[in-house]
Each structure stands twice: as C-alpha cells, then as structure tokens.
Design a binder for this molecule. Structure first.
Ligand SMILES: C[S@@+](CC[C@H](N)C(=O)[O-])C[C@H]1O[C@@H](n2cnc3c(N)ncnc32)[C@H](O)[C@@H]1O
Length: 288
C-alpha cells in the first residue's frame, strides 16, 4: 500500500508518524496487536488504528504524541541508510528541473539507500518507471527494502551492476547520477538517454564539478547549469520571527545538462558555442 494512500483515519498497514516532546519523532507501520515502546512509555497500535490523523495520543505513562500521516519529506529525512542520501531540499528542485512527472522513464545510479529512488518513483506515478543501478548488493537490498516499505517497489527495476559496463536502456527521459566519479560514465549515460533528455548529478566538491563539466562538454551535453540550494528555517514565533540557530551549510552542487544532437551545418555553430557544447575540444585545440 502506498505510504500516503488517501485516508482520514489510521488503518492497519499504514505508515504513521508519532511526534512527541522536543520534536522526537518515530515512523512506524501500524499492525494489529503490536506495541510501540519508547523511553516515554508504550503505545498500543490497536489504540492508534482507527484514530483520525492529527489526533493527540498518550503513552501508558501519559507522554503526549501526535499521530500523523508522514509526508514524503518526513519519510526521507528518517530513512534507514548506509550511504549518503539525497534530501528533500535538493530532491524537489531536481524533480521539477528534469521534468520528472507522471509516465516518465528515469534511470539512476547508484541506488544507495534508495532516498532518490523513492522520490523518483513517487513522482512518475503508476504509469512511469524507474531503473536503479547499484554495484553493492547490501546497498541494493536496503534500497529495495526501503521502497517496499513505502509501497513503491513495483515502479522500480533494481539492477546490480558496475555502471562502467553501461546500461540496458536507450530511451530514458532523465538520468540522475549520484556517485563520486560521474565523469567516468558520461558516454554510457548519453547512450541511455533520449536525444534532448535531462541529466543531473549531485557532487560535494568543486574539484569533482570541474571534471564533470569537462566530460559533459566532450560528450555533447549542453544547457549546463551548476547551482547550490541553501535552505534556511525561521522560528515561527509571531513576536520574534528570526532564523533558527543552526543551518545545514552544504549538501552538494547540482549539475544539470541535456543531451543534444549538434548538426555539422556551419550555420548552427554560433548557437552550439553559445550553449557551451564542444567548448573544451576547441580550447584544447587552441592551446596546442
Ligand atoms: C551516495 S550513494 C547514492 C545515494 C542515493 N542517491 C540515495 O539518495 O540514497 C552512491 C552509491 O553509488 C554506488 N556506486 C558507486 N560507484 C558505482 C558504480 N560504478 N556502479 C554502480 N554503483 C556505484 C555506491 O555503491 C553507492 O551505493
């Protein structure tokens, strides 16, 4: 069952979020007869099942919690992980920039813990499809488990492979590449994408971004954008609205590009140069 299937009340099988004092929160799957134990006491699932979402509930020690249907962001922030993962801050912008929506076919590598896989499979809907490549069996198993838990695994093909060996697909609408050396795989990525299709990668350092930019330009990707998203939260107190004391300073740089098919016709040259394709080849020729 999809993690946020439309319902006004909690049902057995639903994923629920319990939020207690000092923002302590827990995500659980409701099961008849099960117990949820915290250091603030025990809550019986049977007493949660049937309650309206948003209701306040109490442990056997009287500790208060709110019972909520988790959002996609709640789930991803809380995802069991063994790798770095993508966070909601970056995910939202990546999805809209690459046009990931109903019916699209998207490839990603690596699967990691499946955070981006969850977001992609949610966005493409029941008619879309995700192919997720990963080289480590343990990571693939965790990603698959995370997808199964939120009811999205049927939209994903998990493939165990070092992507050095290329991809089986040739017609993807978008590609998300999240591993430390994406520049080594750009010819393979290009072959997996439709002409005009979207590419994105997230990298933590400038040094990596530089190598990726060179590889993209050498392989006829253009419309390249490099950006970083900063998200700042504010204290929502009407009498003293101000930034919260802490902020995540850096997750990564986002690099977007599109696969293009340049023509040999000289009339197209100025536009090709304007959009950055072929630049590196030209610069290298000039310095010889
Ligand atoms: C940072 S994690 C990806 C996290 C993922 N995007 C998420 O949101 O959970 C990078 C993953 O790429 C995998 N990887 C690295 N090199 C690879 C390769 N050549 N082929 C396939 N997978 C690779 C790693 O094993 C790791 O699981």
């Amino acid at each position: 069952m999809l993690f946020n299937a439309v319902s006004s009340h909690a049902r057995a099988g639903d994923i629920a979020q319990l939020v207690g004092l000092r923002h302590k929160h827990f995500i659980i799957t409701l099961k008849e007869g099960a117990k949820f134990e915290t250091h603030r006491g025990v809550l019986l699932h049977d007493e949660l099942i049937g309650k309206a979402w948003g209701t306040q509930v109490f442990s056997h020690m009287g500790a208060p919690f709110f019972l909520l249907q988790p959002s996609l962001a709640n789930l991803l922030n809380d995802l069991p992980r063994t790798t770095q993962i993508l966070y909601p801050k970056d995910i939202g912008y990546i999805l809209v920039t690459m046009g990931v929506g109903p019916g699209k076919k998207v490839i990603e590598a690596g699967s990691g813990s499946g955070s981006m896989t969850i977001a992609l499979s949610y966005a493409v809907g029941a008619d879309g499809h995700i192919v997720s490549y990963e080289q480590k069996p343990d990571n693939q198993n965790l990603a698959r488990k995370n997808l199964e838990r939120v009811g999205l695994a049927s939209r994903v093909d998990f493939k165990l492979r070092d992507i050095q060996n290329g991809f089986d697909e040739t017609d993807a609408d978008a590609f998300f590449l999240d591993l430390p050396n994406p520049w080594d795989y750009i010819p393979q990525v290009r072959a997996a994408l439709k002409p005009g299709a979207f590419f994105c990668s997230l990298l933590p350092t400038f040094n990596q971004v530089e190598k990726l930019l060179i590889a993209l330009r050498r392989n006829n990707f253009a419309f390249i954008d490099v950006c970083e998203l900063l998200l700042r939260f504010y204290k929502p107190e009407p009498a003293r609205i101000r930034p919260t004391d802490r902020m995540v300073a850096h997750t990564g740089f986002l690099i977007f590009a599109r696969r293009i098919e340049p023509s040999d016709d000289n009339r197209g040259r100025e536009l090709i140069e304007e959009i950055g394709a072929g630049y590196i080849v030209e610069e290298e020729t000039k310095t010889k």
